[in-house]
Write a protein that binds this ligand. Structure first.
Ligand code: GLN
Length: 384
């Protein structure tokens, strides 16, 4: 007799598959979202100093105090949130561990989690591994905005959580204050905890990022996750954090201690240095990214693709049906051979068919790389 395993039905992450395909075929990789520029020089120098200064043994479980204090100052500086760095801040190994540890620490078997579809792939995997059940609220083309009635309909008697993501990967939607208020109203009415992934908090384009924890009545029920990876272009460092009321932060820590135990020691003082001394760097990156967003979106539109210009993140979505394709996965698997470019199909981020013809392209690459990808795409027949 076979029994169900907690990983049953969870496919391998599409990002690894597509990056491997890019390496194998020599394609330009506009798939996995990692920048090809480095973080600020002072951040790299601070890491160097920590590595050579003996900061190489286990960090305290919740993170080194200087980083927890710098994270608290960051939340105060940007959002006016006051945090006790000892009880309301925990350092995680990237936001991905923050997602895993919060779900493992909080979700009971059968608890329902309302989550925006398309969902970043680790959300669905970790909800399932934690024993939870996902309840999607779908962001649909062409606007990719949440519908309040659909949100209300997704909440039932077993719903305990909302797993939110704004700025949203892969749609690039930045939830407005009104949309966040609608989520907050539902959360308060049904006594839900909100876990919110805000890793693209500083990468917005003429759109204000509002942390849902700052809305009235929300701090006590919100666990906010972020990281240095996106804000400071160090995705490989895997330094993230969770902030919120002590009871939620300690639930996350209770699970985190059995996952990574503690996060990488020498990178933590370096990130603290960047948060304190390079506070404007992420906004400068966002301004620079905005130009590359426009370069990519204008180029894809010129190729006959229906493009959604994102409000935040470093991803743009296109509908490929105008080129005669019905299946984004088929399109993305054919693209490296056909054009020498890798993009990400969004089917793996959906239960519904809303993503079947939607493909994601990353623009966190040098302008010359984006131009080369566009040149390659323009030199072949992209129709099915
Ligand atoms: N967050 C990045 C993306 O969406 C990559 C993360 C990953 O590879 N797991 O592309």
């Amino acid at each position: 007799m076979t029994s169900a395993h907690r990983l049953d039905g969870i496919p391998p992450t599409i990002f690894t598959t597509m990056s491997a395909l890019a390496v194998q075929t020599g394609a330009v990789n506009l798939g996995q979202g990692f920048p090809d520029g480095d973080g600020p020089a002072s951040l790299l120098a601070a890491a160097d100093q920590a590595l050579h200064g003996g900061a190489n043994q286990y960090a305290p479980g919740p993170g080194v105090p200087v980083l927890r204090q710098a994270i608290a100052r960051h939340q105060q500086r940007h959002y006016g949130v006051d945090l006790d760095p000892d009880t309301q801040v925990v350092v995680t190994t990237g936001c991905t561990e923050g997602i895993a540890a919060s779900l493992l620490g909080l979700v009971n078997d059968g608890d329902e989690v309302v989550v925006l579809e398309p969902y970043y792939d680790s959300y669905t995997a970790m909800i399932q591994i934690a024993g939870g059940v996902r309840r999607p609220v779908t962001l649909r083309a062409p606007d990719f905005r949440p519908d309040v009635d659909e949100l209300r309909a997704a909440v039932g008697p077993r719903t305990r959580f909302v797993l939110l993501n704004s700025p949203h990967n892969p749609t690039g939607t930045v939830l407005t204050r009104d949309e966040l208020q609608a989520v907050a109203d539902v959360a308060i009415e049904h006594d839900l905890v909100v876990i919110t992934d805000e890793v693209y908090e500083h990468l917005t384009f003429d759109h204000e990022h509002v942390p849902i924890s700052t809305l009235p009545g929300m701090f006590e029920r919100t666990l906010t996750l972020s990281s240095a990876g996106k804000s400071y272009s160090v995705t490989g460092w895997k330094v993230g954090w969770a902030t919120g009321p002590a009871h939620l932060v300690s639930a996350l820590l209770a699970a985190k201690q059995w996952l990574t135990f503690t996060s990488g020691a020498p990178l933590q003082p370096a990130v603290a240095h960047a948060l304190d001394h390079e506070p404007a760097w992420p906004r400068t990156l966002a301004r620079d990214l905005q130009a590359r967003r426009d370069l990519l979106c204008d180029g894809l539109a010129a190729l006959g693709l229906d493009v959604r210009r994102p409000e935040g993140t470093y991803f743009a979505l296109t509908d490929i049906s105008a080129l005669g394709w019905k299946d984004g996965m088929e399109f993305c698997l054919a693209l490296p051979e056909r054009a020498g470019v890798v993009a990400i199909p969004t089917q793996p981020f959906h239960d519904s068919d809303a993503g079947d013809q939607v493909v994601r392209w990353a623009f966190c690459k040098e302008a010359s790389v984006i131009e080369e990808a566009l040149r390659r795409l323009g030199s072949v027949d992209l129709r099915r």
